[in-house]
Design a protein around this ligand. Sequence first.
Ligand code: ADP
Length: 609
Amino acid sequence: MKIKIKVILFFLIICFSILTLITSINYIVTKNTINEIVLNNLNSIALIQKNQILFNIENNFDKLHLIKNRLGLRTNLEKYLNNPVSEYEKNVSDVLKDSVYSINSFKKIMIADLSGKIIFSTDKTLINTNFSKNGAFVRALKEDSIDNFFIDKNNSPSVYSTGLITKNINYAGKELNNNEKLGVLFIETPLEELLPINHEFTGLGKTGEVTSAKLMDNGEVIAISPLRFMPDSFLKLKIPLSRTDRPIIRAIKGEENIFTDMVNYRNKKILTVTRYIPNTKWGITVNIDQDEVYAPLYNLQRIIIILFIITSILIIFISLYLANLITKPIIYMTNVAMKISKGNYSEKVIINSKDEIGMLAEALNNMSDSFIKYNQDLQEEIVLRVNTEAEMEKFAYVSAHDLQEPLRSITSFTQLLEKKYKNSLNSEGKKYIDTIINASKLMKEQINDLLVFSKLSYEKKNFKQIDFNKILGYVITGLKSEIEETNTKITYSNLPTVSVNYLLIIQLFENLISNAIKYKRNENPIISINAIKQDKYWIFSIKDNGIGIDEKYYDKIFEIFKRLHTRDKYSGTGLGLSICRKIIEIHDGKIWVESQVGVGSTFFFLIPE
Ligand code: ADP
């Protein structure tokens, strides 16, 4: 991956991580804050509502008791029941009228006899109506009750407060005889008197509301206040007690809690608070739609997304700009470095900054300067060496050539000396003459090798396609006596045909094979010769099982006159491998050795195919 892309990716990942973190934290904190505020608000409304309802219940009971226990009412009703004359009837009716008149919230007051028939009513149309089957009447015979809900003729939710009128005041609801019971008092009031029905929905936004429901004797839960979005729900909307996923059911079951994961009758997710009124077994919920509550959050979400997109675009541009700023000089330096690597050492990086990039540029320039200097030194060295080598070869040739004549004289005169004075020389004299003869022989060998070596420089390439199998056959024949003397085993097969100087390659193999025989260990020499093709070259190997060569001498042995042994141990002039190297150089090749002391050596040479 290119450095520019890496830099851009790096910036993008860092910036997006920070951005995502900040927006997530922001979102969560805002949501929690909204939740807290709204739930606090719902809680306060629920508290106020519950207190208000408790107060209303108490108030209604008080009023009910106040009227049904009035002495004038009880005595006149008793008299009327015993003797229904208009005087008593008027007295009772006056009490009822007074009450309706003085208490605003009373719509009607009625009295039913013990059979359920209405005998007194502020609404004359109801006289003689039979209430014996009415739940309010039936309940009143047992206990005072204030939650007999119904819808009146004008379609407005109403409630009867009912209580038994007795001869004497009946404290603590003790058992009564029939002759003590006088009738049942009905007070009709609007529902608002008991349950505050929120027409304004103050503090409840557009979807919030207070709902209330009651558990009926038949086990059904029924709405006892009209709902905001279902005004006719009063006494109509029924919910099974088993639906504990509805907050109102939880309230009816006495749970006073906060719920954030429930749905309401409209199947909308809501935040809700539940309350329970123990006296009447009513449940209340105060709730609001989550959609409304979280609307600011959704707006915030939209703003965050827009900000995210804008910031992303900005980040991409900034990353591109920064990536360019950082990578431009690097790309520039890379190009210069590539030119330098191709040998264009005069190329220079021109960056004037003082930062790390500037330092790198300077280092690159210094490096190419050093290269130029090194290259110049090397060139000079090569020229010097070539000259010296040429000089040396010339000198070697001249000296070898010129030495031949005096050496011949020394040899022939020493031989004459030996012949003529053989008998008159003592043993010491004979030893001296032997030494001179041996030294002359060695010198002759060395001069011959030196001549061969120095002549190689003038050797013409004169290359022909030669089968190496034939060369080997020829060399082995030439070395026959040495091979037989030492019991040497030489193997080779399938050697290639290559374009070479025939005589030089014979010389090469002669030197390498005779060395492999000469530097043998105590056992019989085994020599194997192979060739493999690599790219456009043939690599030949001459492997022996001789004494081996220490790694530190791998290069030295190819130098002129370099020997690793004294002559009394192994004979030789120290020129064999120098000649081999020269021959290989003439063939534009390379020669080297790999060896293990005490195991054997392998000489490799490589020549073009
Ligand atoms: P020399 O006339 O001494 O053999 P060379 O140039 O042929 O001179 O070899 C140089 C030196 O390399 C030798 O003195 C010898 O120590 C070492 N050498 C050459 N060939 C072998 C070989 N096959 N095994 C071990 N040593 C070798």
